[in-house]
Write a protein that binds this ligand. Structure first.
Ligand code: ARG
Length: 462
């Protein structure tokens, strides 16, 4: 059932591929996404071939024009992609040949699909970096908006999901701004590192034609050509970095998503998620489910999976190109789409959610969250060693618990029974407002400190 040999390399082949071979070999089903980058790369290459006298200006012009026609056919959805032509590179070139004839055959001079695909893919991932940068900054702006609105709303701060010390809503939101800020910085680093051009590395060894790699690099917006042709065709660490940044960001998004799921429950009621980001139940009329948050939490698994998959593809490959690398694309396509969707959904959910300051305050004042403030007071005012203050405070908390009282409502006499020198100025530190206001250390939860951090980030994002 063999067909005729391939028109691109058929010289050495007597018969065409088995149908299953064609199915496993073809990448056109997914790499057609690289059409725009492929055509930009080919146009830059053709212009360079003419500028260096390797092909004539006339041929380069025909190639450049023809490629634009191919692009417009693809963008109009009027292009018939062929599996027999394997991938986007050969589909484009074959169509170019139909359109302009003989000069099309000169385009592939001093080039290989190996440097071609490496170039296309870098350009594509670079675009995704730019889109993700925007999306990350939008998320940070949404978080900043929440932080600003509630810079002094008191809420419980947790460790082990046990009420630990009161913090401010603004402080909690700003923690995620810091995380997203590091993701942004990782993304920018990765983008800067990937912005070198593989084009002109040819199959693996470079070429004997007098090409100008600086020229094509510049035309495609790269900072410089990659310095080693073997590396240029076989490096995929730019994609691994992108996936790693996406995976780390996904871990952050998922933690926030988890908090939103908890906070929007009837047991917590810390936030009301907007109708725009919730769904109802077909059977339980009272339900408002935080589906977007749950899906962000779940989709993070795909981001991790994509990174692991590509690491696994790459780890055993000798230099230079191996066909294994064709398996790089689907992982990155899926991860980029998933990550951008998650970032945008989170930004929308955060921007539209309403925190409930009364519920936050009520939760903050239960659970003896100012016990540390009491211990610190015993150290500061009575000169107790911290370990002893800790012990005294523990006894006072036990007494308050037995009486069913919060610390700031516990009668002074009860405290004095535990330690005789406690006086009523202790109440100054037992309220949750006093507790957060006192934590003015750099990076602390005091509203004054949180506002200072908000101002810094607003300027960075302006
Ligand atoms: N479709 C291939 C890929 O995605 C293009 C490069 C093919 N190179 C080769 N020597 N067969 O990796």
């Amino acid at each position: 059932m063999s067909k005729t040999a391939n028109s691109m390399w058929g010289g050495r082949f007597a018969v065409g591929p088995d149908a299953i071979m064609e199915a496993i070999n073809a990448s056109i089903g997914f790499d057609q996404r690289l059409a725009r980058q492929d055509i930009a790369g080919s146009r830059a290459h053709a212009a360079m071939l003419a500028a260096t006298g390797i092909i004539t200006d006339k041929d380069a012009e025909a190639i450049g024009e023809g490629l634009l026609t191919v692009l417009s056919e693809i963008e109009a959805g009027a292009f018939a992609f062929s599996t027999a032509l394997e991938d986007i590179h050969m589909n484009v070139e074959a169509r170019l040949k139909e359109l302009i004839g003989e000069p099309a055959g000169r385009l592939h001079t001093a080039r290989s699909r190996n440097d071609q695909v490496a170039t296309d893919f870098r350009l594509w991932v670079r675009d995704q970096c730019d889109a993700a940068e925007e999306a990350l900054m939008d998320l940070m702006r949404a978080l900043l908006g929440q932080a600003e609105a509630g810079a002094d709303w008191v809420m419980p701060g947790f460790t082990h999901l046990q009420s630990a010390q009161p913090v401010t809503w603004g402080h909690h939101m700003m923690a995620y701004v810091e995380m997203a800020g590091r993701d942004l910085s990782r993304l920018r680093d990765a983008r800067a590192r990937m912005n070198e051009s593989p084009l002109g590395a040819a199959a693996l060894a470079g070429t004997s034609f007098p090409i100008d790699r600086e020229m094509t690099a510049e035309a495609l917006g790269f900072d410089r050509p990659m310095a080693n042709s073997l590396d240029a065709v076989s490096a995929r660490d730019f994609a691994l970095e992108f996936l790693s940044v996406a995976a780390i960001s996904g871990a952050h998004l998922s933690r926030l998503a988890e908090e939103l799921v908890i906070w929007s429950s009837a047991q917590f009621r810390f936030v009301a998620l907007s109708d725009r980001w919730s769904t109802g139940s077909s059977i339980m009329p009272q339900k408002r489910n935080p589906d977007a948050a749950e899906l962000i939490r779940a989709k993070t698994g795909r981001l991790f999976g994509a990174a692991i998959a590509l690491f696994t593809v790459m780890k055993g490959l000798p230099l230079a190109y191996s066909k294994d690398m064709q398996e790089d694309k689907e992982q990155v396509f899926d991860a980029a789409e998933t990550w951008l969707l998650a970032l945008r959904a989170m930004a929308g959910m955060v921007a539209d959610m309403e925190a409930r300051p009364e519920a936050l305050r009520a939760a903050a004042s239960s659970g003896f969250a100012t016990a540390t403030d009491l211990a610190d007071w015993l150290v500061r005012e009575l000169g107790l060693p911290f370990r002893e203050a800790h012990h005294v405070t523990g006894a006072i908390v036990a007494r308050a618990e037995a009486l069913g009282s919060d610390l700031d409502a516990l009668p002074l006499a009860e405290m004095q029974n535990v330690h005789g020198r406690i006086d009523e100025t202790v109440y100054d530190v037992l309220s949750v407002e006093a507790s957060v206001a006192s934590r003015t250390s750099y990076g602390g939860t005091a509203p004054s400190e949180v506002r200072r951090q908000i101002a810094i980030w607003k300027e960075r994002l302006a």
